[in-house]
Design a protein around this ligand. Sequence first.
Ligand SMILES: C[S@@+](CC[C@H](N)C(=O)[O-])C[C@H]1O[C@@H](n2cnc3c(N)ncnc32)[C@H](O)[C@@H]1O
Length: 402
Amino acid sequence: MSQSKRHFEEFQPHSKHKHLILQQYFLAWGHKLGLRPGAGTLILYVDACAGRGQDDLGNHGSPLIAAVAAAVAQESVGSRRETPFQIHVVAIEANRAHYESLARLLSPFGSKVTVLHGTLQERTGELEGRFPDTPTLTFIDPFGLDPLRSEVVRRSMSGDKNEALLLFADQAALRHFGAIAAEETRAERRHREAANPLPLFPGLAADGIDDLASAAVESREALDITRESALRIMNAAFGDDTWLAVVEQAPQTLRRRALIDLYSARLRTWGATFTLRVPIVDSSSVHAYTLIHASKSPKAYVTMKEAVSYALEHSPLPQNVVEHMRELVRSDLDSVERAVRRQFAGTTIRWAENTQDRLAPCVRRFVLETTEAYPFELDELKARLQPMKLPGRSIIYAFPPE
Ligand SMILES: C[S@@+](CC[C@H](N)C(=O)[O-])C[C@H]1O[C@@H](n2cnc3c(N)ncnc32)[C@H](O)[C@@H]1O
């Protein structure tokens, strides 16, 4: 059965976990962009690999989650501002049958949702023409790496309020790298060993060698095709072929990390100022993929951390798996604490935002916006900073000079 068919029979718990992150982020994104000073009247969500919209059991998929969240956020933002506000959802799906099911499913949302058949690559120009200068969140959630083309990702990041949430299929990237780096196929090795037998083993009969030789040639042809398509997919994702030398130099156990580091660095050259990587593991605690959020604002970065923390609190995955995932995203609190002490050395400063003066610096915002710490780590950090706390009910610290 194909990956696609299995996926839409019943979303696996780690897909539902991903959906929780998306739903939380999406609601908050609508509110934040709709209520910020100088907000425009329209924002856009593009679901670039939208799928069927739900699984066979009726669990909501990303475009349906987005359409519902858009309606909720639009309603609540609209009631709090005087100018009109709209969140438009565009769902793009390449598979004709999926596209048709999705179009039927989303039809009750009327003109607020557009469902398109095709790929983001094919539709980008049309969307840029139809929604010029519109703050856009693009979600690219493919099977594998093929749809993650550098030029479309770069274009999706182009506006100053644009951001992207991408599923980086790092396991697939490692497999592609393996195909590219493979020097000898198994059949070639068998042929070489038979043609040059070690002294302890008798040589094979000539016709046996011939069979092995033709198997070796066939496997070489297959490998060349695999290698060629792996190179094409990886070069298209990274934008050129310079990634290969970097990954080749990385020790084998660090290659996945090297791929993610490189891809995050690419996102920064394509316009992102903040990137957050969120490893997702399946119900057996096996790494599935990495979600990468690429944004241009500290608020978006913090909001995504909050969405990730929320999903860890409400995850359908088994508790031990959730704890594993929490450990994977946890920051190095020693270095966070050092950064806080350095930043606020010799000053007296509040922990939380001052509601009378929201722009005044505070420790909490500094930590979330400029370090890797997540909201669920803040209590531990507060405990570490306790010796600097001044007496009183509010949390105010006096940091010693460095
Ligand atoms: C992982 S599924 C998407 C699941 C969906 N985002 C969700 O969370 O419910 C990937 C979907 O992308 C579609 N797809 C594959 N390549 C595509 C491309 N280049 N452009 C758009 N869709 C693509 C597949 O047909 C499949 O339906």
